[in-house]
Design a protein around this ligand. Structure first.
Ligand SMILES: [Zn+2]
Length: 322
């Protein structure tokens, strides 16, 4: 499970929320037998015990004991500087390098990306293509009314000096049109995926079983480590036992990767991903209060471009979804 999360987040670069959503969809329970959240994944991946370190002196007192006597002290948590960290106590699940990558990954999510300086970004910047000449049309606010976004008439002139004849118009017309088309597109996706989901059910079930098997094996490794601490096992016995488990774990993980690949390659998966992105888009857009740059990023998450054609009062707009 741990390697699976590491793979999804640091290698495939998937957002933690997305991975959580996918695990919930597959019915895989989280370590506390509940739902997965982005935070759960973040916490697990940042946990230093996976580095093969044993951390002690995190707290003092009797709070961790089941029975509490009257004179038991409350738990005191020590600051990180006072923890005793002993490295390489057991086989590391991740390398130092991977840990650094995980840390970097999550710090990137937490800190906001710096705003690009320079040209002003409008909601439809870079997204409107001219139907007649194929050039990208310029979007900006009307000079006399800063609340009205405008798509300017096509700027393109051919080598004979003939200006493209495509007219501009209010940006809101295109934006409203995108939302209308999106609703239709979403409906279409939902209809087409419902059939495929049935086809992939056995595949998903097999993935579930493999994931269960992996977490069982991972629990076995934890158990072996505990038995060493309790001195039921010698180090040699434990190493042998862990080697056996590792063989089973490796083969289960290979199986999982192959199944995952099968599922990723099926159409259903990509359509579900699209629907997931559309859901996020809808949530953000109905929330409102977005800056123009944020709106622009939001549109770019669902469409590659729109094709704009206007003659007098006739608009022909084509929306190209990703
Ligand atoms: Zn044009």
């Amino acid at each position: 499970m741990y390697r699976y999360l590491l793979q999804k987040i640091t290698v495939e670069n998937l957002p933690a929320d997305h991975v959580a959503w996918d695990l919930n969809r597959q019915g895989v329970p989280s370590p506390r037998n509940g739902r997965w959240y982005g935070n759960t994944i973040q916490r697990i991946l940042l946990d230093e015990t996976h580095l093969g370190m044993v951390i002690s002196n995190k707290s003092a007192g009797d709070g961790h004991k089941v029975k509490r006597s009257k004179d038991s002290k409350d738990v005191i948590y020590f600051p990180r500087e006072e923890w005793v960290i002993v490295e390489n106590c057991h086989e590391a699940v991740k390398t130092e390098k991977e840990h650094a990558k995980v840390q970097m990954f999550f710090s990137r999510v937490i800190t906001t990306t710096p705003k690009k300086r320079g040209s002003r970004i409008y909601p439809l910047s870079g997204l409107v293509k001219c139907a007649r000449c194929g050039h990208t049309m310029v979007v900006r606010y009307r000079s006399d009314n800063k609340t009205i976004g405008q798509i300017l008439p096509c700027w393109y002139k051919d080598k004979y000096g003939t200006k493209c004849s495509n007219s501009g118009g209010k940006s809101m017309i295109a934006q409203t049109f995108i939302l209308g088309e999106l609703a239709l597109y979403e409906k279409e996706l939902r209809l087409s995926t419902s059939g495929d989901i049935a086809d992939n059910k056995s595949l998903v079930k097999e993935i579930d079983m493999t994931l269960t098997e992996i977490s069982k094996l991972e629990r076995k490794v934890t158990k072996v480590n505990e038995l060493v601490e309790e001195e039921f096992y010698t180090m040699i016995e434990a190493r042998q036992r862990k080697a056996e488990i590792k063989v089973a774990l490796d083969s289960a993980e290979t199986k999982l990767n192959l199944l995952q690949l099968k599922l990723d390659n099926s159409k259903e998966m990509t359509d579900i991903e699209r629907l997931n992105i559309i859901d996020k888009f809808q949530v953000q857009i109905t929330k409102g209060n977005l800056t123009d740059t944020e709106l622009n990023e939001l549109y770019k998450s669902i469409i590659s471009h729109i094709v704009w054609n206007r003659k007098d009062d006739t608009y022909v707009i084509e929306v190209n979804f990703l």
